[in-house]
Design a protein around this ligand. Structure first.
Ligand code: URA
Length: 469
C-alpha cells in the first residue's frame, strides 16, 4: 500500500541490510479475536499512523486484557474510528458500484462480462470483493479502482493492488438506472441533508442516476403540491377507530384502586390510559406469585410477548430465564413485569419493529407498576434497563451511575439496577458480549444473594419511589 512508503519502507533492501534482525525465540503474543478483526480492518485505512496504533494496542493488550471494551481510551477510540471509516467505505462500494456490460465480448462458456469503476477512500477492494462474488456469481466482472482491482470469472476471484484507470464506459443500463431512480424518488420525503449524507457528492460523478438529482430536488416542492392536489378525499380506513381510541385516553387516575392483584390485572386488560393500546394485541400484565420476594421490571412487551400476553417469553426472555437459572433463581417464584404494559412498534412490511416507549408513555403506565409494587411488596426490586429505572424512580437518576448497585428503595426494600437482557443480544463483538454477559450474571448473583438474605443493600437510598409521577 503506497502510504507505507510515505513513512519509510522498513523492508526495503537497503534498510533491512543495515538493521540487526531481532533474536529468534521471541515471545508468542495472545490477543482477543476482536483485536484480529479490528486489525484486519484498520490496515486497510490510509492513515500512516495506523501501524503504530496497532502495535501499541497489541502491546497494551498483553497487560490490559479488556482494553478494547474501554471506549474512552484514546487508542481504542481512534482504532474504532478508523475501523468505522473503513466499514463505511466498504459499504459505499457495495452500494455505488455500477456494472456496465462490455459489448461483444463473452467470457467462459458465453458468460456476459461487466466492468465497473469505483473510487474508494481506502484499500478495501480485497475485503469487499467477496460480496460481489456472492452477489454476481453468474457473470464475469471486473471492479477497477485507483487502489487496485478485483475480477471474477466464475471460477476464481483475483485481486490486484495495481492502480487502474477510469475506463469511462457508457452503457444502455445507465438509462435504466435513471428511470428506476426517478420513479422511486419521493419528493414528499425529500431530506436533502440526509440524502447527501447517504450518497455524498464525491460519488456522484460515477453514478448514472446522479445527474438527475439537482433537477429532482429543484422540482420537489411543485411535485408535492401536485400530489397533494390529487390526494384522496376519503379518510383512511382506520381513521375513525384511531380517533375514537385517542379521544378515550383517560388522563385522570381511576377513582378507586381495586384491592387484589387479580382485580388490577383484570382492570388493566381494558387500559386506555395512553394511545399505545390502539395497536397492541393486548395488555401484557406482570405475572408471578402475589407475595413474591423479588420483582423484575423490564421495559415493555415485545412482539412475542404481545401475542402470548405474557412478559419475557421472546428472545430477551430466553436470555433472562437462562441467566436466572444459572444463578439459582427460580423464575416461577419471582414476579416479572414491565414498565409499560403495551407493545409499542412500527409496522414495516409484515414485521413489527420495536420502538422505545417515550417518557409520557412510561409516566402513564406507572399507575399499574405502582399498584403491582404496593400489592406484591417484594423485598427486592430489580430494574432491567434504563426505562425500568426511570419508571421506578425518576428521570434524573442516571442509569450508568446506578448499574450494578443495590440501594435502599422503600421501607425494607432494595432496588438493584442492571441492564436489560436484550442489550446483550445486540452486542456484535463476541468478546464484549462475553464480558457484558458476565457482568449481567454478577448482577443477578447479587440479586440471588439479597433475595436469600446473604447480601444487603450496599449504598445509600436511591430516592423515594415515583418522585416524578
Ligand atoms: N423486553 C421487555 O422489556 N419485556 C418483555 O416482556 C420482553 C422483552
Amino acid at each position: 500500500m503506497e502510504e507505507a512508503g510515505a513513512v519509510g519502507d522498513l523492508f526495503a533492501a537497503d534498510a533491512t541490510d543495515n538493521l540487526p534482525l531481532p533474536a529468534g525465540g521471541g515471545q508468542t503474543l495472545a490477543v482477543p479475536r476482536a483485536f484480529v478483526l479490528l486489525a484486519e480492518s484498520i490496515i486497510c485505512h490510509s492513515d500512516p499512523a495506523r501501524f503504530d496504533l496497532l502495535y501499541r494496542l497489541l502491546w497494551r493488550l498483553q497487560q490490559e486484557r479488556n482494553l478494547l471494551a474501554i471506549p474512552s481510551d484514546a487508542d481504542v477510540a481512534r482504532a474504532y474510528g478508523l475501523e468505522k471509516s473503513v466499514r463505511r467505505d466498504s459499504h459505499k462500494m457495495k452500494a455505488f458500484v455500477r456494472f456496465k456490460e462490455i459489448d461483444g465480448v463473452s467470457g467462459q462458456g458465453g458468460r456476459r462480462r461487466f466492468l465497473a469503476w469505483f473510487e474508494p477512500d481506502y484499500h478495501i477492494v480485497a475485503r469487499t470483493a467477496p460480496f460481489f462474488q456472492r452477489r454476481f456469481t453468474d457473470m464475469d466482472w471486473i471492479v477497477a479502482t485507483p487502489k487496485g482491482s478485483a475480477a471474477w470469472n466464475g471460477d476464481a476471484l483475483t485481486v490486484s493492488d495495481d492502480p487502474a484507470e477510469n475506463p469511462m464506459l457508457d452503457d444502455a443500463t445507465d438509462a435504466l438506472w435513471r428511470t428506476y431512480f426517478s420513479n422511486i424518488f419521493n419528493p414528499a420525503r425529500l431530506k436533502v441533508k440526509a440524502m447527501q449524507a447517504e450518497m455524498p457528492k464525491k460519488y456522484w460523478k460515477n453514478l448514472p442516476e446522479a445527474a438527475l438529482i439537482p433537477g429532482l430536488i429543484a422540482g420537489a416542492e411543485a411535485s408535492v403540491a401536485a400530489m397533494a392536489a390529487r390526494a384522496a378525499s376519503q379518510p383512511p380506513l382506520f381513521h375513525e377507530r384511531l380517533q375514537s381510541a385517542a379521544a378515550s385516553v383517560v388522563s385522570n387516575e381511576p377513582e378507586a384502586a381495586p384491592g387484589t392483584l387479580d382485580a388490577v390485572r383484570e382492570e388493566a386488560r381494558s387500559c386506555t390510559r395512553c394511545p399505545l393500546h390502539c395497536r397492541a394485541t393486548q395488555t401484557v400484565f406482570g405475572e408471578g406469585p402475589d407475595n413474591a420476594g423479588v420483582m423484575f421490571v423490564g421495559e415493555q412487551p415485545g412482539d412475542q410477548e404481545d401475542l402470548a400476553g405474557r412478559p419475557f417469553v421472546g428472545p430477551a426472555g430466553k436470555v433472562f430465564g437462562g441467566m436466572l437459572a444459572e444463578v439459582g433463581l427460580d423464575r416461577s417464584t419471582a414476579y416479572v413485569t414491565n414498565a409499560v404494559k403495551h407493545f409499542k412498534y412500527e409496522p414495516r412490511g409484515k414485521r413489527r419493529i420495536h420502538q422505545k416507549p417515550n417518557i409520557g408513555e412510561v409516566q402513564h403506565c406507572k399507575w399499574w407498576l405502582k399498584l403491582e409494587l404496593d400489592l406484591v411488596r417484594p423485598k427486592l426490586v430489580v430494574a432491567l434497563g434504563a426505562t425500568a429505572l426511570t419508571a421506578l424512580t425518576d428521570a434524573s437518576q442516571r442509569f450508568s451511575n446506578l448499574r450494578g448497585t443495590a440501594q435502599s428503595f422503600g421501607p425494607d426494600q432494595t432496588l438493584l439496577v442492571t441492564v436489560h437482557p436484550s442489550y446483550l443480544l445486540r452486542i456484535p463483538d463476541a468478546d464484549r458480549k462475553q464480558a457484558e454477559t458476565a457482568r449481567f450474571r454478577a448482577d443477578l448473583e447479587l440479586a440471588a444473594a439479597i433475595a436469600s438474605g446473604f447480601a444487603q443493600t450496599t449504598t445509600s437510598p436511591v430516592g423515594s419511589r415515583f418522585m416524578a409521577s
